[in-house]
Write a protein that binds this ligand. Structure first.
Ligand code: 48F
Length: 254
């Protein structure tokens, strides 16, 4: 006989076990889009304790919809090796590789979680912890509470990655709430520029930086914070910047 309450207890008990285990992390990533998932995979492969928090029910961010809901993504030659790392199937068209976006998201998520990265969906990062002028963790809450006045909880992380895409939400909150200067030309958020795929993809990896002690930007958030253009549905930069932030943090942690 299946027992409803036994099922309930198994869910609650095991979820709480995860939450306790991941309350103190090497790396906390905000956003389970392509850049966050890629970063999580390489960090987990290097045996770092890493978790991603995404406020949506589903992971994958802006990758599912390809371009304008045509669910294909395009990746350039420079990033092909990352498609291979994730065993993503693709077809070659000259210098471009075309992959199915659903297959791509699920492959990124499969390999990241298989390597040990933990994904907490339905949890948003609403703030950061700052100690001694350094970001030291995240303030998290259920994303479905709406306007209810419910206090959040907090988790520690040696490094935080803002992988929230165009909105660069964590950095926006950091700047809004604290009288600080970012490691950007003006010391503040430079703001995303209009579409220029070639420029956007050529600068995105350089834009992956520790913008304030303890916090890095990657993916579209990196271009938004550093005043670079958007690129549309070419995804090499998302993958390459996810790998770059992982490599950089792995280097610092060792
Ligand atoms: O937007 P998103 O896919 O970020 P990305 O990895 O990739 C960008 C591309 O999809 C595309 C593009 C490339 O050609 O321009 O837009 O940079 O994923 C961002 C994720 O962050 C989550 C959001 O739900 C999405 O899944 N997110 C945003 N703010 C928060 C958050 C927050 N405050 N807390 C938790 N999750």
């Amino acid at each position: 006989m299946l027992d409803e309450v036994e099922i309930t207890k198994l869910i609650v008990e095991n979820y709480m076990k995860d939450l306790m285990e991941y309350a103190d992390l090497d790396v906390a990533i905000v956003g389970a889009g392509p850049s966050g998932l890629t970063a999580a995979y390489y960090l987990a492969t290097a045996k770092k304790k890493v978790a991603i928090f995404d406020r949506r029910l589903s992971i994958g961010g802006g990758m599912w919809g390809g371009g304008m809901m045509f669910n294909k993504i395009v990746v350039q030659e420079d990033a092909k090796h990352i498609l291979d790392d994730f065993s993503i199937n693709y077809e070659r068209f000259g210098d471009y590789y075309v992959a199915d976006s659903v297959h791509s998201v699920t492959s990124l998520a499969y390999h990241a979680t298989k390597e040990g990265a933990k994904i907490f969906n339905l949890i948003g990062a609403e703030d950061v912890i700052i100690k001694n002028n350094r970001v030291s963790g995240l303030v998290i809450n259920w994303s479905v509470i709406g306007e209810l006045p419910i206090d959040p909880l907090s988790i520690y992380a040696k490094y935080v990655i803002d992988a929230t895409g165009h909105e660069s939400e964590v950095i926006k909150t950091l700047v809004r709430k604290n009288n600080i200067k970012l490691n950007t030309p003006t010391g503040s958020i430079e703001g995303e520029h209009s579409m220029d795929a070639d420029t956007a993809e050529s600068v995105i990896v350089d834009n992956v930086k520790e913008v304030y002690p303890g916090i890095f930007v990657t993916g579209m958030a990196a271009n938004a914070v550093f005043g670079s253009p958007r690129m549309g549905p070419i995804f090499g930069g998302m993958l390459l910047s996810g790998k770059k932030v992982a490599d950089e943090i792995i280097r610092r942690l060792s």
